[in-house]
Design a protein around this ligand. Sequence first.
Ligand code: SF4
Length: 384
Amino acid sequence: MTRSLYDLDPGQLEALVAEAGEPPYRARQLVHWLDDRRQPDPRAMTNLPRSLRARLSERFAETGLALDQHQAGDDGWTHKFLFRLPGGDAVESVLMLYPPAGSRPEDDWEGGPRGRATVCISSQAGCAMGCTFCATGQFGFTRHLSAGEIVEQVARVSTLLPELRPGPGAPDHLTNVVFMGMGEPFANQDATWGAAYRLHQGFGLSARAITISTVGLVPGIRRAAAEPLPVNLAVSIHAADDATRDLLVPVNRTWPIAALLEAVRDYVAATRRRVSFEYALMDGVNDDLDQARKLGRLLAPLRVPHSGGHAAHVNLIPYNPTPGTGFSPPSKSAVRRFRETVAASGVPVSVRANRGVGIDAACGQLRTTAGRPGRRVLPLAEPG
Ligand code: SF4
């Protein structure tokens, strides 16, 4: 079943235009709109004949993503989107804009290098992993996204970006994509990799501008080690011992920390690439110095072959409050001490400041609260 125009390969697009009685070069024009212009809406493809645009719009009216809600936070530097899928499910994407160096020194958005525009995309509607701190995890799993639906999130956010820039200094095009939204990308591996290759080959994003984040699915990490596309790998670790991690990340009972780190070691040995470890700090749960010391001991031995440099980089993320989970953010002093303790082990570590705290920025929250009265939802026209 075609779920998005981005699910069609060039041969299928050629067949589509041939069916409409159009010459093959129309398929190349279509690819140009879809990939180079990142425009998923046939109505906006102005150099196609009106009859073909109408035919495509009608044929694909029931497919693709429809923008349902948009929230802006951080003075317009963070934007969260809820896209409705055919059949009524919904997924979230988040656009994070980072000012160029020196332009807004009051913003310390560490972990988000200057001048970037990063979109965080979903790989599934809902998620079966059941992480206890996560709004999406509370929902359960609805369905996998197709590769085209994953790519279309990037296309739609790219198209919307120019009108959302908070000022002339803000980036005007997407620079990075992270698979860190709703869902576990390695539970939907074929679509995830299909999307990653399309973003690289079609959209022209460098592999190093693409990051796939997993909560620790070992078979997925092993496949990532074997894939030719050298994207970045991020592992959400969130705890440094199995007892604590079992409470937060149920998949740890299938692949405990030792199995996870063995897969990461093999990945680093095969690829010589560094791995990011995401650690959401929660007050009184995993923010004590014992966890910090254990984390340092676990990750310090991970080294890039030959260079000998550290292969792990820890991103500490103060927990974004999520109603109904029972978890709360750590104190500033706990974050500072945790960071200093990890750093003392020699492992590179940074703190990622929360984005969009004033909006439903935690993963899955916008979908959870969609329709709740009093949300700051901005009208935003779809192109076309
Ligand atoms: S944190 Fe990620 S893997 Fe865990 S339930 Fe949420 S979306 Fe799924």
